[in-house]
Design a protein around this ligand. Structure first.
Ligand SMILES: [Zn+2]
Length: 107
C-alpha cells in the first residue's frame, strides 16, 4: 500500500476519517510527517493544488527525459530507458510534493 500523501511505501501510519465522523476510506502513510498532513486534510484525499502541480512537474520532467534520449517511439525503447523514465517521473512527483508541503503546509 502506498502513502496517500507522497506515494512512497506506507510504513505503519494510518488515518481513519470515520473516527472523527467523516465518511471517507481509511488511508495509510509512510511517516509521521505524512500522517500529520493527512490529519490536517481530515483524511480527504482528493487531489489538491500541490498534487495537481506535482503531476504537472512530473510530466515536464518526463518530457525532458524523452527529449534527452531523442526517441518518441516507445516500441524502440530499451527496458532501461523505460525504467529511467518511470524513475524520473515518480521522483519528480515526490520531490515536488514534499517541497510544496514544506513551502505551503496545510493549515
Ligand atoms: Zn508519505
Amino acid at each position: 500500500m502506498m502513502c496517500c500523501i507522497c506515494r512512497r511505501d506506507a510504513r505503519g501510519w494510518g488515518f481513519a476519517p470515520e473516527l472523527i465522523g467523516i465518511r471517507a476510506p481509511a488511508v495509510k502513510q509512510c511517516s509521521q510527517r505524512c500522517q500529520d498532513i493527512t490529519g490536517k486534510f481530515k483524511g480527504m484525499i482528493d487531489p489538491n493544488k500541490h498534487e495537481t502541480n506535482a503531476l504537472a512537474a512530473a510530466g515536464i520532467s518526463g518530457g525532458a527525459f524523452v527529449e534527452e534520449i531523442g526517441k518518441t517511439d516507445l516500441a524502440s525503447w530499451t527496458e532501461q530507458e523505460w525504467a529511467t523514465l518511470v524513475d524520473v517521473i515518480v521522483t519528480s512527483f515526490q520531490d515536488f510534493l514534499r517541497q510544496a508541503y514544506a513551502d505551503d503546509p496545510p493549515i
